[in-house]
Design a protein around this ligand. Structure first.
Ligand code: FAD
Length: 376
């Protein structure tokens, strides 16, 4: 099939899908591109939702302009794919045929509430962030379930408004992603800012309908605001029966190709193998961009202009920006290259057993390009 007639369909219109569309055009594809997305708020960046949007309002989230890409944007829920006939089924409207398909349906917030329990707050979409911001206006107490980066960012938004907040998790803050050294530093910073980070033995249960508290190790605690930040669920339900992955994600190789011919995948919906062969998801912004670019090239049978992994990650916790470039997890103590962790401004370096390095700008202003050069 010539490039001019190849119909590329992208399902999912967030960063992985939009990057794929942009890369298709950058690689010279002048054939039809259809992008299917189901969020009524359209295409926007998620990282500001738990940061600037909670602090400044929804205007702080940029909507993306794709008008230069000459694509057909369809606002609809994709409900299925027939990989034999190569068509996408929609909840409403005609089937969408494709020659190459890029699955970029990301993930949804994992929820803890029982199916009939109302009022659980999460932060995944602009609508979620809008509601949470409204609720923050009048809240006098908050409980955040989950001390990962999202939970700690929401706790930071509460602390910035002087709302007493308790964060509960079975693990110490950010330990799963950043390792024990930085987790200890963040726990100390939280304690100094009266953020009550509580470690629990068992996963907590939400109580009330609407949700108004949690049951922690058998004891109920209530708050004006209870927010679940307990990870995400890959958006694969619409792929049931297609052979494209399972509830844990869509498996991809280093070309972002799936097990099904003509189908590629990118972003939070995917699952891949790391250098040691371990299968895992890496649901981060930079990775979604890298995979979107690689999936686009592969959909055109062209070589990719970058690799399908990008190990840059950042978060903003309790007034600190933390930028990480390099492999995770971070085991043991780092070399302090500049500044001091206690002062909230440090440049840190870890050297891994295989000789690779990870650098972290902890509250210290450093350009990502510089951090990348340091580890390369
Ligand atoms: C609040 C928040 C803060 C974050 N902060 C950071 C950060 O600081 N640093 C960092 O590295 N990462 C951060 N992330 C993670 C980062 O935003 C994600 O890795 C990234 O958004 C993944 O992009 P994606 O395009 O793969 O999927 P998503 O952003 O999940 O988008 C998938 C899109 O597909 C659409 N879709 C899903 N199913 C269907 C269907 N069946 N039919 C049609 N459309 C469908 C959805 O509506 C959605 O728009 C954050 C995430 C959140 C939620």
């Amino acid at each position: 099939m010539s490039g001019a007639t190849r119909r590329v369909v992208i399902v999912g219109d967030s960063i992985a899908g939009c990057t794929a569309a942009r890369e298709l055009r950058a690689l010279g594809h002048d054939g039809p591109i259809t992008m299917v997305g189901c969020d009524p708020d359209g295409c926007y960046a998620r990282p500001p939702l738990s940061k600037r949007v909670l602090a400044e309002g929804v205007g702080a989230s940029d909507a993306w302009d794709l008008s230069d890409l000459d694509l057909t944007a369809v606002t609809a829920l994709a409900t299925g794919v027939d990989v034999e006939r190569r068509v996408i089924r929609l909840a409403e409207g005609d089937d969408v045929p494709y020659d190459a398909l890029i699955v970029a349906t990301g993930a949804a917030a994992r929820r803890l509430a029982a199916p009939d329990q109302s009022g659980e707050l999460v932060v995944r979409s602009l609508a979620d962030a809008r509601l949470l911001r409204e609720r923050l206006e009048n809240a006098t107490s908050a409980i955040v379930v989950g001390a990962g980066f999202l939970g700690m960012e929401v706790a930071s938004a509460c602390a910035a408004r002087d709302i007493p907040v308790t964060v509960v998790d079975v693990d110490p803050p950010l330990q799963r992603i950043l390792g024990p050294f930085l987790s200890d530093a963040i726990a100390a910073r939280a304690a100094a800012r009266s953020v009550d980070v509580r470690r629990v033995d068992r996963p907590v249960e939400l109580v009330g309908d609407p949700v108004g508290g949690v049951r922690i190790d058998g004891i109920e605690s209530t708050a004006d605001l209870v927010v679940s930040c307990v990870g995400e669920v890959p958006g694969t339900h619409w792929l049931d029966g297609s052979g494209l992955g399972d509830a844990g994600g869509v498996d991809i190789d280093d070309r972002c190709a799936t097990a099904v011919s003509g189908v590629f995948a990118a972003g939070d919906v995917t699952r891949g193998s790391d250098e040691s062969g371990r299968v895992r998801r890496t649901p981060f912004w930079s990775n979604a961009i890298a995979q979107g670019r690689v999936a686009a090239a592969s959909a055109l049978d062209l070589p990719a202009r970058c690799t399908a992994t990008d190990d840059y990650f950042w978060t903003e916790v309790l007034g600190l920006s933390i930028k990480v470039v390099g492999p995770l997890p971070l085991v043991g103590a780092p070399t302090v290259l500049e500044g001091s962790v206690e002062d909230g401004s440090a440049l840190l370096e870890w050297t891994h057993a295989d000789g690779r390095r990870t650098v972290v700008a902890y509250g210290m202003k450093k350009a990502v390009g510089l951090l990348r050069r340091m580890v390369s």
